[in-house]
Design a binder for this molecule. Sequence first.
Ligand SMILES: NC(=O)c1ccc[n+]([C@@H]2O[C@H](COP(=O)([O-])OP(=O)(O)OC[C@H]3O[C@@H](n4cnc5c(N)ncnc54)[C@H](O)[C@@H]3O)[C@@H](O)[C@H]2O)c1
Length: 421
Amino acid sequence: MNQVIAIVGLGYVGLPLAHAFAKKGYRTIGYDVNGTRIAELEDCKDSTDELTEEQLKESSIEFSTDPKSLKEADIVIVALPTPIDKDKKPDITILKAGTKAVGENLKEGAIVVYESTVYPGTTEEVCGPILEKESGLKCGKGFTLGYSPERINPGDKEHTVTKIVKIVSGQDEKTTDTLCKLYDSIVEAGIHRAPSIKVAEMAKAIENAQRDLNIAFVNEIAMMCNEMDIASKDVFSAAKTKWNFIAFQPGLVGGHCIGVDPYYLVEKAKQLGMDTQVIAAGRSVNDGMGEFVAKSVSNALGNPNGKRVLVLGLTFKENVPDMRNSKSGNVIQKLEEAGCSVDVHDPYLNEKEIENMGHTAGKLDNGLYDAVLLLVPHSTYLDSFPQKILSSLKEGGLLYDLKSIARKEDIEKEGYKYLAL
Ligand SMILES: NC(=O)c1ccc[n+]([C@@H]2O[C@H](COP(=O)([O-])OP(=O)(O)OC[C@H]3O[C@@H](n4cnc5c(N)ncnc54)[C@H](O)[C@@H]3O)[C@@H](O)[C@H]2O)c1
C-alpha cells in the first residue's frame, strides 16, 4: 500500500483504474493533458459515464495536468489512446508523447506499465527507448517495464476493471512479481501471469481481432439472409441450438477497440514481412456494413430521392456516450448520397452537437418519416417500443431495425414495412 501510483490518461480505461487503486488505499495521482477533463473530474463529473458523481466525491485521486506530478510515482500506468490514422495504420503518436512526459519525470527505480492496446513489441522496442532517452536512466536497471492490457467494455457495468481477470507481465521476474501483487490487490477476478511482455501484448490484440472476425462472419451471413428474404435472427436462433455453434449478433462495428485493434495486428504482420488475409477480410466486411445498411434502406424505399428518414443513434453502441468510430455516420452519408433527407437523433447528444457534426437534428415525431432506422438501440428508444417509433412513420413507412429487436410479423400487421440486418 505504500507504493505511489500514477495513472497517465484518465479516459474510459484510466479513470476506473485510478478509482480502483485509490479505493484500495493507494496514494493515486491521476494525470491528463486535457485541462477540461481534469476540471470536470475535480467537479466530480465524468462525461464517459464510467464513474458516478458519488464515486468521484468519495475518491482520493489527486488530479493533475502537471507532468511533474509523476515524479513521485513508484508505478506509472499508461492508459493513452492508440487509434488508427486515415490510412488505417496504427497511430502511436499520443502514446509516444505521453511516454516522453513520463520519461522526463521518471523516479529512479519506478516501473512503467502500459495498459494501452498496442502491437507486440511496442512497450519494449518503442516506449522503453523513449523512457531511457528522456530520463537518462537505463531500462532494466534505473526503471523497468510492464504491460497489462485493459479488457473493459465501455458502458458494461458488470465486467468492470476489478471483475475481469488481469493479464500481467513484466520485463523481469522481480517486476512481474511486484505487478502481480499490485494488481491482485485490486482485481477480485484474479491475475494471469504472462511469461513475457510480448505475449501479453499479443494476447490483447488477438482478443478483439477474434471478436471482429466472428462478427464479420455473421455479418456476411446476415447479408446473404437479406438477399434470400429470410430473417438472420431466425437462422442464428436455429443454429445456436447446436452445442458448439458460437453465437454472435450481426451489426455495425465501431468504437475504439474492435474496429481498430485488428489493424495493429496487420501492422505487426507487415513488420514481420507477412500477410494477414483473414484479419484483413474481417475488417473489410465490417467496414462495408454501413453502406450495406444504407443500400437496403434505399432499395426498400423504391425511389429514395427526397424521402424523409430519421436515424436513431449516433454513438458507437447502445447506452454509452462514446462516439469514436461510430458507423452511423457512414449510413447517413450513403443515404444522403442516394437523395434522402436524413434527420438524426441520439439521447446522448443535444441538437447543437448533432448539427456541429454536420447532421440535421430530428426526433421521433408523428407521421413525419418515410423510414426510421433504429441503428443504436439506446434503452430510451425501447420505452413504448415499437409504437412510439411506428407513430413517427408515414402510412406504410419502413422500420429498419438493425438489431432485430421487433418481430417482422408484428410490424407488418400494423401496416408498416420492416427490415432488419
Ligand atoms: N475504451 C475501452 O473500453 C478500452 C478497453 C480496452 C482497452 N482500451 C485501450 O486503452 C487505451 C486507452 O483508451 P481509452 O478508451 O481510455 O482512451 P480515452 O480517449 O477515453 O482516454 C485517453 C485519455 O488520455 C488523455 N491524454 C491524451 N494525451 C495525453 C498525454 N500526452 N498525457 C496524458 N494524458 C493524455 C486524454 O485527454 C484522455 O482523457 C487505448 O489503447 C485503448 O485501445 C480501451
